[in-house]
Design a protein around this ligand. Structure first.
Ligand code: 13P
Length: 253
């Protein structure tokens, strides 16, 4: 059985004081986190080292929100996968819709990033998801399938089990609108099938997270779906009490 994973994507929020407060609160109540649920936090890049220090000795995992598509070298402003590994990260979000739409990043870059992340010994959390227009045109499954296949182009079957996929419908991110359980399960089952075609039985080890307006109030229903292995949480991950309640929803879900 796949272990549930709940990851908080803080996006570009917070400052040093906020990092101390939020991680302090999570640590103080870590007994509320069920041992069978893996929990990760993904603070902004500049706070990763500080977060690592604050989380040392706890079960919380540390993730980055982005990574360079290049290895070490003359790439001003870029941070490599091996640097993220060096500061204590275990996970890296790749291909978030905000990077696709606001930073014009594309699948070829995501494929490079995923390859380098795996090579550095980290786990990529690769995000896919359709826009509202694409869903209305009946293209949701096609879009997600194509994004997934393009992103994992360089992943070998041996590395496949370290991959994490996140389905984040663009229309459900930060809008308060969650995809219905039926919509979520349909896309997750489709993604699982694509992974089976691509990686064989390794596909059953790959976690597929749901992201998009997940809250304590809807997490349990979503996490209980057969192909949902946890969540990628935006806004609700910035509030300790709410995030911990979402983590708890991973138990026996
Ligand atoms: P919200 O939970 O704020 O909708 O954001 C989801 C998300 O983008 C996580 O990566």
């Amino acid at each position: 059985m796949r272990q549930k994973l709940v990851a908080g994507n803080w996006k570009s929020n917070g400052n040093s004081q906020f990092v101390e407060q939020l991680l302090g609160a999570l640590k103080a109540h870590s007994d509320q986190v069920p041992s069978e649920v893996e929990v990760a936090v993904c603070p902004p890049l500049v706070y990763l080292a500080k977060a690592e220090e604050l989380l040392r000795g706890t079960a919380f995992l540390l993730g980055a929100q982005n990574v360079s598509a290049f290895e070490e070298g003359a790439y001003t402003g870029e941070v490599t996968a091996s640097m993220l590994k060096d500061v204590g990260c275990q996970l890296v979000i790749v291909g978030h819709t905000e990077r696709r739409s606001l930073m014009s990043e594309e699948e070829a870059q995501f494929a490079d990033k995923i390859r380098l992340v795996l090579q550095a010994g980290l786990q990529p959390v690769y995000c896919v998801g359709e826009t509202l227009e694409q869903r209305r045109r009946g293209e949701a499954l096609k879009v997600c399938r194509e994004q997934l296949l393009a992103g994992v182009a360089a992943v070998t079957p041996e590395d496949a089990s370290r991959l994490v996929v996140a389905y984040e419908p663009v229309w459900a991110i930060g809008t308060g609108e969650t995809a219905s359980p039926e919509q979520v399960q349909e896309v997750h089952a489709c993604l699982r099938q694509v992974l089976r075609e691509r990686f064989g039985e390794q596909a059953d080890l790959i976690k597929i997270l749901y992201g998009g307006s997940v809250k304590a109030a809807n997490a349990r229903e979503l996490f209980a779906l057969p192909d949902v292995d946890g969540g990628l949480i935006g806004g609700a991950s910035l509030v300790a009490e709410e995030f911990l309640a979402i983590c708890k929803a991973g138990i026996n879900a």
